[in-house]
Design a protein. Structure first.
Lengths: 210, 546
């Protein structure tokens, strides 16, 4: 697995490849058998068809094996999800406010920004709320999203493990400029972040409606 | 077979109707004959399907490159909403039951008509009124709806477009669906021919029967939800809108409590058609008849219990997410059973891969891709990433268009000689299936990759990194347009100019093949007595004398 910008990325990619791997085998198997039968038992060959009403053994097998397979898929998906929801108590909390069609980020020291700045390797806890319609906070590079809804505080956590800038998209349809509701999450080295965080003058932006 | 002779004058249902008027429009629009009603649905549905396809082509053209290509964002938002509303409520939900269920359910059980023929005509008219209301919502001031077919609140409370009228149309259409369901259930219980026990029913009847139960049990939920939204919009009562103290998540629950079972309303009848076509062209009995019949009921039942997998990122509790993920995986199993049984039915058959069979082969591949990618979405870790992205768009187009849409064509190509007494061009039909399959994958497969790369759905504009895959998808839409012209053109040409068909060109043995093509007004010259299992091809010899 390739190391991603958060450790969770590897988890999600593993679950994805696990399910897709099994699926590809099943799909190719079904398709190959079907095509083989169409040639092998073609009417042109003049076989006399044989009525086979079923087979308890076969039918049990192809209920039992898929049951085991899907339960394993469920299990890996569940474990990966638990990892996502396991947000440490000492995580740095940032409030996310969504409105048509922009994001505000409020830090514990009162700083407010239009882009999300976070330090490397520190667990982050986003507490998110919308002031109008439904939105969804989505960082594709981190493989995470959670809807942002009015009157409800939804939570999303992650721990960045690579410095860089990553796109944040809105994934829940919210009207005219839904597709332009992009911002960025900027992962900084811890010291750089501390400096930036301490400077409350420079990048602070007042939200317009509040 | 002596249950009284009826309609022995040799006239087809085209030549003899139920109305006073013998010919002309009124002989059709006031006809209570289930076959004429089925054909009227077919005409109406074809128009709506074509309209929604044209809308889709326009959307794909807009998405050929980032930024504005041919339309403004508001137009785009209205178009994807209309595409969804038309395809879901006017094409795919009524689709196979209204057209082929109406035409073939009574034929397959050896009945003269459905239990309530006048109610059946009423269903059709309610459908037309609902469709008219949808069209009206486009024309009135306020403008075409722009909320997406899901009408999520609060956006749908705030949008200034004609939401109330459009959702009222969905409310009206719901009644059509409920009444059709009621009619089919009664028909299956009361009007089976002598000797047709439950386990001698063709599997299309089983599938339509299971679907009908979902129609009458689930549809009222969307009806109530729609009324609540209308009350909220007109009287400002806080039910769903948080600005009025309501709960937007409650709306999503209610919406999906209907709309997820509705997914099975869309796919189950298609599965039934597959179970008809494979035995006929393999000329042997279906493998695992009872498993297929029971899996329809299992899907109909478990399908009620998985709705919240549409809401894994909505902020519902972790426990709810985990339970619904588990149930979602469980509902995949009966569908798997069906696919395995269908392929097994080809074993030791005598397979003649005529166009309907080729459609079914195409279906098995496309539907399997759709079903298997559903597992990726049922799994929590991956769904959190892929929810509301192009991956979901690709998944449900593989299931709905690759599944139900493909089988709509399969059914049309299978029952065409029975419905119209003519044949289409076989060579052109084969080309149509092949081109459809290629176009389909070109059009939708790139969306899986786009989704995993993080392209959200319902986007008018997109980041430049998505351009090349979007372009491939748009090119696919053009190939799809050509394929559809061939597929539909062949049918239309066949209806008017096709060579006359014999009454049983494929060698089918279910009851609809025991009567002439097209059938007489009350279906059978003599009500048949059922002595064979539904897919017992040993009766082909005796059928030659019928």
């Amino acid at each position: 697995m390739f190391p991603g910008p958060t450790s969770h990325v590897e988890t999600v990619d593993f679950v994805f490849l696990y399910i897709v791997g099994i699926s590809v085998i099943l799909l190719l198997g079904i398709t190959a058998v079907m095509i083989y039968f169409v040639f092998k038992f073609n009417r042109k060959k003049g076989h006399k068809p044989k009525d086979i009403h079923g087979s308890i053994l076969l039918e049990t097998i192809w209920i039992a094996i898929p049951t085991v397979l899907v339960l394993s898929m469920f299990y890996f998906g569940y474990i990966g999800y638990e990892e996502l929801r396991d947000i440490p108590d000492d995580a740095m909390q940032v409030e996310v406010i969504a409105r048509m069609w922009e994001w505000d980020f409020r830090y514990e020291n009162g700083k407010v920004t239009k882009e999300l700045y976070v330090p490397l390797s520190k667990p982050i806890k986003l507490v998110m709320e919308s002031v109008d319609v439904n939105h969804s906070f989505y960082i594709p590079a981190f493989r995470i999203k959670e809807d942002v809804i009015a009157g409800k505080k939804n939570v999303l956590g992650f721990t960045p493990s690579r410095i860089g800038e990553y796109d944040v998209a809105c994934a829940e349809y919210c009207g005219l400029q839904h597709s332009m509701m992009y911002t960025k999450v900027i992962v900084m080295p811890e010291r750089e972040f501390e400096e930036w965080y301490a400077n409350t003058e420079e990048t602070a932006v007042e939200p317009e409606n509040k | 077979m002596a249950n009284g002779t009826i309609a022995a004058n040799g006239k087809t249902f085209y030549e003899e109707g139920t109305t006073k008027a013998k010919t002309g429009l009124t002989a059709w629009i006031f006809s209570t004959d289930h076959k004429r009603i089925g054909l009227m649905y077919l005409s109406a549905i074809s128009i709506f399907f074509s309209a929604a396809v044209i809308i889709a082509l326009l959307m794909r053209l807009e998405l050929i490159a980032p930024g504005k290509t041919i339309m403004e964002p508001q137009t785009y938002n209205s178009l994807f909403t209309l595409h969804g509303v038309i395809m879901i409520f006017l094409f795919i939900i009524p689709g196979i039951p209204a057209v082929f269920g109406n035409f073939f359910l009574p034929l397959q059980i050896g009945a003269k008509d459905v239990s309530f023929p006048r109610l059946n005509l009423l269903s059709f008219w309610i459908y037309i009124i609902g469709a008219f209301l949808v069209l009206l919502s486009l024309a009135l001031p306020g403008g075409p709806i722009d909320t997406g077919w899901t009408f999520y609140i609060p956006y749908s409370v705030r949008s200034g477009t004609n939401i109330s009228l459009a959702i009222f149309a969905a409310f009206v259409l719901g009644f059509s669906s409920i009444l059709t369901g009621l009619n089919f259930i009664t028909t299956v219980h009361r009007l089976r021919a002598p000797g047709m026990s439950w386990f001698k029913m063709p599997l299309f009847v089983w599938a339509t029967y299971a679907t009908a139960w979902i129609q009458i049990i689930a549809t009222p939920v969307i009806g109530i939800t729609i009324l609540l939204v209308i009350i909220e919009r007109f009287f400002g009562v806080g039910i769903f809108d948080p600005a009025l103290g309501g709960d937007p998540i409650l709306y999503q629950h209610l919406f999906w409590i209907y709309s997820h079972p509705a997914v099975y309303i869309m796919i189950l009848p298609a599965m039934g058609v597959v179970s008809e076509i494979i035995p006929t062209f393999a000329r042997r009995t279906i493998f695992g008849y009872r498993a297929i019949a029971m899996s329809s009921l299992a899907i109909a039942f478990v399908g009620y219990l998985v709705w919240a997998h549409h809401m894994f990122t909505s902020g519902i509790s972790d426990a709810a997410r985990i339970i619904f993920s588990l149930l979602t995986f469980i509902v995949a199993l009966p569908s798997g059973v069906k696919v395995f049984n269908w392929v097994a039915t080809m074993y030791k058959g005598s397979i003649d891969p005529k166009p309907p069979f080729l459609w079914v082969m195409s279906f098995i591949v496309l539907f399997s891709i759709g079903g298997l990618t559903g597992l990726v979405l049922g799994s929590l870790a991956t769904d959190i990433h892929l929810h509301d992205t192009y991956f979901v768009v690709a998944h449900f187009h593989y299931v709905m268009f690759g599944g139900t849409g493909t089988i709509f064509f399969a059914a049309l190509y299978y029952w065409f000689p029975k419905m119209f007494g003519r044949l289409y061009n076989t060579k052109l039909a084969n080309i149509g299936v092949a081109l459809f399959f290629i176009a389909f994958n070109l059009l939708y497969f790139p969306k899986f990759i786009l989704g995993y790369m993080g392209m959200p759905r319902r986007y008018y504009d997109y980041l430049s990194e998505f351009t090349s895959l979007q372009l491939i998808s748009t090119i696919g839409s053009w190939v799809m347009a050509i394929a559809l012209i061939i597929v539909i053109g062949n049918i239309v040409h066949g209806i008017f100019r096709g060579p006359k068909s014999t009454s049983n060109p494929w060698g089918g043995v279910t009851l609809e093949w025991h009567t002439s093509s097209p059938p007489p007004l009350e279906n059978f010259h003599e009500i048949p007595t059922v002595t064979h299992e539904p897919y017992d091809f040993s009766q082909l010899e005796e059928m030659k004398n019928e």
